[in-house]
Design a protein around this ligand. Sequence first.
Ligand SMILES: [Zn+2]
Length: 326
Amino acid sequence: MVEEVLANLYRIEIPLPGSPLGRVNSYVVKDAKRNLIIDTGLNRKECLEAMLAGLDEIGVELKRSDFYITHLHADHFALARFLSDDNTKVYMNEPDKTYIENWTSWEPVEKFYRLNGFPSDEVDAAIRNHPGEKYGSDRIPVMSAVKDGDIISCGGFDFTAVATPGHTPGHMCLYEPAKKFLLSGDHILIDITPNIGCWMDGIDPLRLYLESLEKVYAMQVELVLPGHRRLVTDCKGRITELRRHHLERLAEVLAILESGPQTGYQTASRMSWDIDCSSWADFPVPQKWFATSEAIAHLRYLEEEGKIVRSEHNGCRFYSRAPKPV
Ligand SMILES: [Zn+2]
């Protein structure tokens, strides 16, 4: 489906077959010189067809288009990797760009998951089914690094890049201050909550995410154009809900640790999830994968707060409540 959201700015819904997300929103800004396509879809036939049909419908030529990618995830980036050529500009925030350029294999991620209690046989299945593995692209385009505050002008709009790390290490939205709208990628979504996961050491994604929410809360935003699902008109209201959701999750994780030390995987298995399965054992492996990284992000936050501590036994990391000060 193609829709003109604002004058010169269109949304193309790109299907994500088999994904609980359903679709990704690709936004296209028309310009007499170079068009700008914000987020794209997976490197798979259904996405490519929807993108080409959508561009055709709004009269946008691919070869006169550049890309702005909000973050590294395959459902936003992989099709741009495939569609871009040497004359295309592909804008990407610096941390995600560095992560992609330094990527060699899944091995460090696998190791991290095993350390956090994810069973080895399920690690293999999760990687095989991971959208980045199945529908990614080996091509690494030359990317133009975007920094917080950079301005990209296109189609009569002057977009400001707004660093909103959390969902990924460098996630970056685009804000149009004169028209007061925000292309939010996966930073702000409605009907579903963005996955805030941790898949490496040395970063506290949930803290970054909550700080990024505060940053956007302080901005004047009348319309949010998110990476999935429908548009959001009450930006502050939605941020308040997202903030509350994570505070409740943090309390839930702390309560789970009352019964003794838990790995990230065990914690995830005891948290409540909005999924149509009667038990953790019935969760599809890819859902266990994302749930575990989400649990670890909450554990990491609590650890930084000094509320819990970690220990290691038999190659597995456990978290427990910090001893109460005497
Ligand atoms: Zn994402």
